[in-house]
Design a protein around this ligand. Structure first.
Ligand code: NA7
Length: 531
């Protein structure tokens, strides 16, 4: 088996493959392991899922020996953790760094994949597992003159490993999604001036981070089994529990008190533990949005800036809501300015800065916090060629078609856990479910003497139709990058699993009960080419 990508999914896949007795290697484009948590090393990058709910749960010993310092750990600690896991489970000797896969071609006679990295290295694998992630291809908008800008330029998702010195620099940040709102408050005090180029404001609410005390750590150790059970069965892979009532069941004053409680709750509790109607009912959502708007107006002293920071074009959770620490407060600092790109769009980059309709501002550093080609970006850049010369790019020209978000017809022995059509929520939990399924499926194939396994197109059609039907009812709107609409020319298709984790679980159970009926298992004509 060749695993591609040493992020949280790929590391786990490698571990499971070796444990199951496969000969396995992992190729990773970066010079270190960690995936998202390797590339996104910008100041302020951190979890917004609770650290111990994002971490691996496959080993009780690992869970007990690793002490997270904070409820929402920062990038350096996360990267340390993932390196620890790699060493702890003796995985490093199977990992090849600096190996960006540029081509993966299926050979029908042998039922194997020939894989080539950008540095020319080649290998052959019977099973190819692309754990290439959903947020791994940074997106740079096509701004005229971008290449001619002569200052320092960084994308949050491609942050350099040597620290960027922001001291005494005039800095621009373009983009105010989860990454932008994390870096902005952290660098504001270091820089001479910070100019934020905002196209769309988001509904930002407090992360409410806190240290994890030794007492809490002791409790976590004791509660491992119940934590694991809750996370393994939860809809979205969090410990937060759903609320027992709708907003209409509380009088107005009680609603305000509840909103205040939500405001002070950690991270995603504001989605999962909120009133049951807040994500679904327009009026309930609008009342919560008014509450947030009042908070923004109370913090941001300049009323004009405050209004610009309040979303007007989408409701709460229509886009992935960011969580913040000191974000709105940043705009009260004298060295921080907000440029509203709806009022004054970027015309071009100059050699020394950014020109909008209001003129040019000069910068030493420009930070692109402009997001990613979500879901399909990495897979479509891997040069994947399946049966009969069909490329994945051709087959997915109108959007991804998958079964369970792990396989696509015409590409035998290729799996992509944690890719498009994965569930929505705390990523490692359902990516881990998919890795477990892929591993069990390959063990089944191997132990029954099969060389090839490929999903039946009918099963793929059913799964993809289910995703598309459910997308219409999703909380996320079509303006969300979950529909691919942030990338010009990309097909507008839902890229998550709109059936959620329960649908993933129930379908996996059906697959196993039916003895893998949705898959075609076969024997290769000349299987010996397998490495
Ligand atoms: P996001 O959430 O996709 O945010 C990208 C930001 O970049 C967003 O504010 C965009 O504005 C902005 N953007 C994109 N293109 C442009 C152009 N052409 N001009 C100006 N601004 C632009 O990416 P993040 O990295 O912040 O977060 C990604 C995920 O990582 C996050 O959801 C978490 O899961 C972790 P727009 O809203 O499109 O108007």
């Amino acid at each position: 088996m060749l695993v591609v990508g040493a992020g949280i999914t790929g590391i786990y896949q490698l571990h499971r493959a070796l444990e199951a007795g496969f000969t396995a290697a992992l190729w990773e484009a970066g010079e270190g392991v960690g995936g998202t948590w390797y590339w996104n090393r910008y100041p302020g990058a951190r979890f917004d899922s609770e650290s111990y709910t994002y971490a691996y749960l496959f080993s009780r010993e690992l869970f007990e020996e690793w002490q997270w310092s904070e409820l929402f750990a920062g990038q350096p600690e996360i990267e340390r953790y993932l390196n620890h896991v790699v060493d702890r489970f003796d995985l490093r000797r199977h990992i090849r760094l600096g190996a960006r896969v540029g081509s993966a071609v299926y050979d029908e006679a042998s039922g194997t994949w020939s894989v080539t990295a950008a540095d020319g290295a080649t290998t052959t694998a019977r099973f190819l597992v692309a754990a290439t992630g959903v947020l791994s291809v940074p997106y740079f908008p096509d701004v005229p003159g971008r290449d001619g800008y002569g200052g320092e330029s960084y994308h949050t998702g491609l942050w350099p490993s040597s620290p960027v010195d922001f001291r005494n620099k005039r800095v621009a940040v373009i983009g105010t999604g989860s990454s932008g709102v994390q870096i902005i408050p952290v660098i504001a005090d270091e820089v001479t001036s910070l100019t934020v180029y905002q196209r769309t404001p988001n509904w930002c609410t407090p992360l409410n981070n806190a240290p994890i005390t030794p007492e809490e750590q002791a409790r976590l150790r004791t509660d491992f089994e119940s934590i694991k059970q809750t996370l393994d069965s939860s809809m979205a892979g969090f410990l937060h529990q759903p609320c027992d009532r709708a907003s209409t069941e509380d009088p107005p004053e009680a609603r305000q008190r509840f909103f205040e409680k939500m405001w002070n709750s950690p991270g995603f509790a504001k989605l999962i533990s909120h009133y049951t109607d807040v994500m679904l009912d327009e009026e309930a959502n609008a009342e919560w949005c008014s509450f947030i708007s009042a908070k923004v107006r109370a913090v941001v002293q300049d009323p004009c800036t405050a209004e610009k920071l309040i979303p007007k074009d989408h409701r709460f959770a229509e886009k992935r809501p960011p969580f913040v620490a000191g974000y709105y407060e940043t705009y009260d600092k004298p060295n921080v300015a907000l440029v509203d790109l709806h009022e004054t769009p970027i015309l071009r980059m100059t050699e020394t800065g950014i020109e909008t309709a209001e003129g040019e501002r000069q910068f030493d550093i420009v930070v692109w916090a402009t997001g990613f080609d979500f879901g399909t970006g990495a897979l479509l850049r891997m040069g994947v060629v399946g049966r009969s010369g069909l490329t994945l790019a051709q087959y997915w020209a109108d959007g991804p078609k998958t079964f369970l978000g792990v396989q696509t017809a015409g590409f035998p022995n290729l799996f992509f856990p944690g890719g498009p059509h994965a569930a929505a929520g705390n990523n490692p939990r359902y990516n881990g479910d998919q890795v477990d399924f892929v591993t069990d499926t390959l063990v089944h194939a191997r132990d029954h003497g099969y060389d090839t396994i490929e999903v039946d197109p009918a099963a793929e059609r059913r799964w993809t139709a289910m995703i598309d039907r459910g997308a219409a009812k999703s909380t996320f709107g079509e303006i969300s990058y979950y529909f691919g609409t942030n990338i010009p020319g990309k097909p507008k298709k839902y890229l998550l699993n709109s059936g959620g984790r329960p649908k993933l679980f129930s379908t996996i159970a059906e697959v196993v009960d039916s003895d893998y009926e949705p898959f075609r298992l076969g024997r290769a004509a000349s299987p010996s080419r397998s490495a």
